[in-house]
Design a protein around this ligand. Sequence first.
Ligand code: SAH
Length: 246
Amino acid sequence: MTDPTPKIRLHLAAPLEAGAEIRLAPEQAHYLMGVMRLGAGAEVAVFGNAFGEWRARLAPTAKRAASLEILTQTRPAALPPDVDLLFAPIKKARTDFIVEKAAELGARRIRPVLTRFTNAERVKTERLQVHAVEAAEQCGGVYVPEVAEPEPLARVLEAWPVERRLMFCDEARDAPPAHEALRGLPKGAPWAILIGPEGGFSPEERAKLKASEFSLAVSLGPRILRADTAAAAALAVWQSVLGDWS
Ligand code: SAH
């Protein structure tokens, strides 16, 4: 019987291949040796978007420094379905939640968009990216979605590639329910999901979205959801109808 895949998982940006020696960043070395109390020879799982998941062996090089020796591949690289999550940043903890859930629910990219009623403090993309990495490590995925720099919604819509459909989650709730609107549409096509801020979309934004050929207005049920709930609910519906839940 082969050993089970090690439970401790680490995302590495460096190229992964058999025999590679990868020096860990100080916080990664601290996590493995200081927090998880691993010593020389302990095995962990490492992964990277383009390389899949590999078994790796810890080799401390100093009290607080270590490298990993990459052993054998345990899973091939795999992209999640092509669905981006666009959302208007909200309060810090709730924005963190949205990024974490988007990574767990298999969004390909995470794009903060600034809408008319967005009132969030500065968005720290780097910190959000760390949340996405931790979520992927924790949920057993082999893919970390990229967190893009925030952009104004109007500019994003102007530059929109027509072949990508946009599931516009409209809190007016007069659109068809999401699962009905998506049912029967071809799988494998590029998609994005749009969630507004706590203040909702402005009348102008809604009019523009409703008039765009690529956009599909949907409802997420009879109640008004908070933006973080709406993001997780929308991704769940999309994944179950057009994504990798089915
Ligand atoms: N202040 C707004 C609600 C905003 S909720 C109002 O009272 O109308 C934040 C975002 O979550 C919305 O912009 C929308 O994208 C999404 N959302 C929340 N509930 C929804 C629902 N029932 N259907 C579709 N989208 C919803």
